[in-house]
Structure formats: C-alpha cells, structure tokens
Design a protein around this ligand. Structure first.
Ligand code: SF4
Length: 367
C-alpha cells in the first residue's frame, strides 16, 4: 500500500491470488500485481483491490485509411476505415514497426479523448465503412474496444481487429463477438522466435487463429512480417503454410510483408522482394489460394486471382483497386467460382489516401 491510486476504468478478467496479489487474465502473461503496479503492457494496472484500464477513452490518434492497409484484401475492398489505437502492448517485439505507440510509457501521446459514441459518429461522418482497432493491440484495451464496437454496430459501421492474437480464451470470445474482420499477426512459426524476439509464446496465437476461423463469423486474414535470418527460412515457411492449410483451410489470405529496420533491430537488412516472392510461391504450392506480398510494389502479386480458373478478380496497385471481375455475389465473373471474403456489388473508391482525423484535443497530460 502507500501508492497513489492509479486512475482508470474498471477492467475485466482478473482475480485475486492467495498471496495478496491480483492476476490479470487477459493475456498469457498473467501479470501478478501488487497495488500500484502496472502489467507488462503498462496500461492495465492495479489500483487498490481491483484492476483498471488506464487508457479507456484516450487515443494516440485517428486516421482514415484504405482497408487494404490493415491489411485486409477480402473485406469490403476499396473502402475507407477509421483507424485508431491507444498505447502500450503485451508483446515486446524487438522489430516493432509501431514502437513509438506500443512502447509509450508516458501516456502523453494520447492526445485525443474520444467516447465510443464520438468515434462511431466520426466513422459515419467521414464515410467509413468500418473502424479498425490497430496501431497497438486491442487485446490490452478490450473494454474500450468493445464499447466502441457496440456503438459502431448500432450505426451500421463494422469492426476490424488488428492484433497479435496473444490473448486468453474468455476475453478473446468477448472481443471477437463484436468484430467483423481481423488481421492477426503470425509473427513466425517457431517458439524460439516468439520467446527471444517477443518474449511471448506461439501456441496461444495459433489457438486464436483457430478460434476465429472455426468458432466465429469474423473474416480472417493473416500477416507474417518476414525478417531476414530470423523467420524466412524455406523450411519455416513450409511449416507455416502447411499449418495454415491444415488448420484454417485454403481460403484464409496470407500476407508476407517486408521488414524495414526499426526499433531494436536496426542491424538487419530490409527483406528483399525475392524473399517475399519465394515465400508466396511456397504457400501457393501448399494449396493456399490467396497469398500476398506486402510493403512492396508488386501489382501482380497483390492482385486477387480466381482459384478455379486463374482470372484476375481484383487488381491492386498498392492500395488502389485497378480491376474488378467479381459478380455482385462475390463470384468469379468468368467461371462463377466463389471467392472467399466479404464483398459488395461494387468496390469502394477510397484509393490510397490517408486522412488524419481530429476528434478532440486536450492539454498533454501524464498519468
Ligand atoms: S493484458 Fe497486460 S496486464 Fe494483462 S496479462 Fe497481458 S501484459 Fe499483463
């Protein structure tokens, strides 16, 4: 005792331990906290005899993005998505590409204060079809994400989770009950990678992927950032592809994206395009139908093809839709084979634009 109370809203998924500590049960870290302590994610903290979420209602910023940037290639293509995140993360990836947000300790990055209703209204006003919980992981701010998602659904706005999938079963079920699509990072296919580079564990991520695919109606896509020398060995790509086809089936799109030196991994070279192309070939050879290179310009690779006849169904130039050969029902216009995904009669026309949105601004504060 003796600590100043930490401000926040009541958090869910925790229980008291016999030794007087409180255990957070949101992710497999199971942080055990004395009063005044914060979990590894920094944003869930013990205040007195309860756990609180310190970032409820606060964001690191809002931006309207193309949905393809999440990346989601089979979910309302061409439409704008209102993206936001908070601060902190429950993994510690040395290669984090959003480390200024995920590693934020002083929460003075959280300049925007936004209620769930305000976010949902902003999505409507800006013409967005969905809201994405992204930049950092909605796992750690699930109470806020769920409230925003409910406000969005009331207004016909859909919800997109961009997550590492490192989450326990009960909170996962509650979060994904409110989601319509998800892109889950499968960061590698070895426990050693997760342990050494993320201080995490692979198995719970695989469980999340199977859960979303088989236990929900959430549209699922997967992203693997290929880091030279760490997770790009041909044998590992083979194993990852084999697991996806065996456990999730051929229709889950897989994005192999290019690494750029960042955060604590400045000494590793960027991923060559040839590595992405080779990984794509391996995954396609295993039977996956939709495999995309990311963070590089590859119009042929980033387009969607009919698995039955090979017709190019959706052309993409970066995030721009350049061709559309789907029927209004989402089938190949040439042969009629259905393409897995969530499609409408026509694609959106948002293009590549990124449009920052300001909801409200308040003086910078540290909490
Ligand atoms: S969500 Fe945060 S506090 Fe809870 S177990 Fe994970 S890292 Fe720890």
């Amino acid at each position: 005792m003796g600590n100043d109370a930490i401000e926040g809203v009541a958090a869910r998924y925790w229980h008291p331990l016999d030794d007087g500590r409180i255990q957070c049960d949101v992710c497999p870290r199971y942080c055990r906290l004395h009063d005044g302590q914060r979990g590894l994610c920094f944003v869930r903290a013990r205040s007195g005899e309860a756990l609180v979420l310190t970032t409820y209602g606060r964001s690191s910023g809002f931006c309207v993005d193309p949905i393809e940037k999440k990346p989601l290639n089979h979910f309302l293509p061409g439409t704008p998505v209102l993206s936001f995140g908070t601060a902190g993360c429950n993994l510690t990836c040395k290669f984090c590409q959003n480390w200024d947000i995920s590693k934020a300790r002083a929460l003075d990055r959280l300049q925007d204060r936004a209620s769930p209703t305000a976010i949902a209204e902003a999505a409507v006003q800006s013409g967005c079809r969905s809201v994405a919980y992204t930049y950092n992981d909605p796992t750690i701010f699930l109470e806020y994400a769920i409230d925003v998602a409910q406000a969005c659904r009331e207004r016909g706005i859909r919800n997109v989770a961009v997550s590492a999938g490192y989450m326990c079963a009960a909170p996962r079920a509650e979060l994904y009950a409110q989601m319509d699509a998800a892109n889950i990072d499968l960061k590698a296919f070895t426990e050693g990678f997760y342990r050494k580079l993320c201080t995490g564990v692979l198995q719970p991520v695989l469980e999340t992927l199977e859960y979303i695919r088989h236990e929900t109606d959430v549209w699922l896509e997967i992203t693997t950032l290929l880091i030279p020398g760490h997770n790009d060995a041909p044998a590992e790509i083979e194993q990852l592809s084999a697991w996806v086809i065996d456990h999730l089936g051929p229709d889950v799109p897989l994005h192999f994206t290019a690494f750029h030196p960042d955060y604590k991994m400045m000494d590793v070279a960027p991923t060559p395009g040839s590595t992405l192309a080779r990984a794509r070939e391996v995954a396609l050879a295993h039977g996956l139908r939709h495999v995309y290179p990311g963070n590089v310009h590859d119009e042929a690779g980033q387009s969607t093809y009919c698995h039955a006849c090979g017709t190019r169904l959706i052309g993409r130039n970066w995030y721009e839709i350049t061709a559309w050969h789907l029927t209004p029902e989402g089938a190949c216009a040439a042969c009629g084979a259905p393409c897995a995904g969530v499609f409408e009669a026509r694609p959106g026309s948002w293009g590549q634009r990124r449009m920052p949105v300001r909801l409200s601004r308040e003086p910078r504060a540290r909490i």
